[in-house]
Design a protein around this ligand. Sequence first.
Ligand SMILES: C[S@@+](CC[C@H](N)C(=O)[O-])C[C@H]1O[C@@H](n2cnc3c(N)ncnc32)[C@H](O)[C@@H]1O
Length: 250
Amino acid sequence: LSSVNRLADAFRAARRDERLAVLEGFHALKHALRFGAEPIVAVGTDPGELERLATELAPDLSGRFAAFVERVDAATFAQLAPHPPRTRVVAIARRPPVDLSFLLHRRSSNPVVLLENPRDLANVGACVRVAAAAGAAGLVTTGTSDPWHPDAVRGAAGLQYALPVARIGTLPESRRPLIAVDPDGDEELELPPGAILAFGSERRGLSDELVQRADARLAIPMRPGVSSLNLATAVAAVLYSSRMARRSAS
Ligand SMILES: C[S@@+](CC[C@H](N)C(=O)[O-])C[C@H]1O[C@@H](n2cnc3c(N)ncnc32)[C@H](O)[C@@H]1O
């Protein structure tokens, strides 16, 4: 019983600890491992089943799950997450350090995604996931939502480990151009390389302050009558249209 309590306490504390990430489910753990996470603890009800999943879906990680996932019974597992994942594995790992000044001041051609005051953690996770897939240089957020919150990690399938992801107070001055992505912007705007692409919150959109500070405003064309796209959909549309435009130009 005491080891059950210790595990439950460790996962409860990790959910509130900004130095740690809680990885829930096979896909989150798979991506985290693939991009360098080193779990402090990992437990599951059936490490053999995780190995079978790895053989099928992540052969590059074959053998890793059996090596460190500790077996626990179903009753213990149920106490480790508010919504225990279907694939019956949870883990705790350190978050990697993020060099913000390197990310914001280096003029690389890959864009940085800025989410201003996002509210919905599943949406934040979906933004991290598409930013990782599209090869963004990093993703930063302002406001109170933690992009490493376990629900955001679940929404991103653990891809916070694939690129720098951090919450910042306010956006510091940067050598990268700042583009406000805003339904009232310019549909014809050609994106400069290496921009900070700022997206607004789900309900209110971008703040006036950010729009005024921006070097330019970009709108995603929409059929008349549609008010706006979902935040993560807007991030996907902008990242992929610019990535595909670069590819067809080269
Ligand atoms: C759900 S929308 C916010 C809607 C908010 N009522 C507004 O008018 O901006 C969340 C964010 O997605 C981006 N977005 C959604 N649709 C867009 C569009 N058609 N053009 C540019 N940005 C868009 C913007 O950054 C926006 O702040």
